[in-house]
Design a protein around this ligand. Structure first.
Ligand code: CO
Ligand code: CO
Length: 309
């Protein structure tokens, strides 16, 4: 038996054949419609189980909601829970309980329990020089959600962002298991570059990202130009600063995009170079939103990421 918490979720080994994957996540509304907020929060919470190579088993609700408020009627709470419950059902599990507290600002998420074979756990480290880096969802949810809150995102921008944030990472994980990958994590609040830096671990690894191949949600670049950048994205950009080297053609705006704080983002895989094309092909066949090779792992004397245009 043993525990480990250095990854997307905690893993607790029960036997040689079985380990529990445990994760919890909750946040304030990212979109106006309560139903979609619930579905997004559930997909986001489930993602950490998929990112560990696990299969969800059941979940509990975590809810904060104002007891009396005209801005947030009780019917909205019902919609949030319905969104979460339908998303859980899509993942093949049930929400078997939970806890609600009185709070002025609504919050919602899940505590998810899953299973994984102890020898088939995906870590976020383990990539090797030459491996390809594959991303399964477009970037931009932080930027679009910020514009949405300001009432400045159009209908198409909103629809595409919601479609991406509510998409389960289940199919992507299943393909990853079938093809075999060397490392996996999910892209969430720290943004693509910081999650990729984590993936480089403490070994002699670097990475190169090809900006032109990075999938981006429709309208994200336009909204970014208009200044809709979440605080978390600016913080992410500052944090990765010393380790990231954009070439001369890469603008600071594009660097912000690569650092955009994601909600319910895609899986980020490191895969052996000779398996990358098959991985991307099978991800596409499985209907994964944006299965794209975005760069590769390199040998380096110091951990760093190069961004080329
Ligand atoms: Co994660
Ligand atoms: Co998380």
């Amino acid at each position: 038996m043993g525990t480990s918490t250095s990854d997307d979720a905690a893993v607790y080994r029960i036997s040689d054949e079985l380990a529990i994957v445990q994760t919890v996540d909750f946040f304030t509304p990212v979109v106006d419609e309560p139903y979609w907020f619930g579905a997004i929060a559930a997909a986001n919470s489930l993602s950490d189980v998929y990112a560990m190579g696990g299969t969800p088993a059941f979940a509990l609700n975590i809810v904060a909601f104002p007891r009396k408020s005209e801005a947030a009627p009780l019917s909205a709470l019902g919609e949030i829970l319905r969104g979460g419950s339908e998303k859980a059902k899509e993942a093949g599990i049930e929400i078997v309980g939970g806890h609600t507290i009185d709070d002025n600002e609504p919050k919602y998420g899940l505590c998810v329990t899953g299973f994984v074979h102890p020898e088939k756990i995906w870590r976020n480290v383990g990539a090797r020089p030459g491996d390809k880096v594959v991303l399964t969802k477009p970037l931009g949810t932080g930027i679009v959600a910020t514009a949405l809150r300001a009432g400045k995102a159009g209908e198409e921008a909103a629809r595409c962002a919601i479609e991406s944030m509510t998409a389960l990472n289940a199919a992507a994980a299943e393909v990853g298991r079938r093809v075999g990958v060397r490392a996996c994590t999910d892209v969430t609040g720290f943004g693509l570059l910081a999650h990729l830096l984590e993936m480089l671990g403490e070994g002699n690894l670097g990475a190169r990202i090809e900006l032109s191949s990075v999938p981006v949600l429709p309208w994200t670049r336009e909204l970014l130009k208009q200044g809709f950048v979440p605080g978390g994205t600016h913080r992410n950009r500052q944090c990765v600063g010393p380790c990231v080297f954009p070439d001369a053609c890469v603008s600071e705006e594009e660097m912000l995009l690569l650092c955009d704080a994601q909600t319910s983002g895609g899986l980020l895989f490191a895969v052996a170079a000779d398996q990358s094309a098959r991985l991307v092909e099978e991800l596409k066949a499985a209907g994964v939103l944006a299965a794209t090779e975005v760069g590769q792992i390199t040998e380096a004397s110091e951990k760093h990421i190069e961004v080329v245009s």
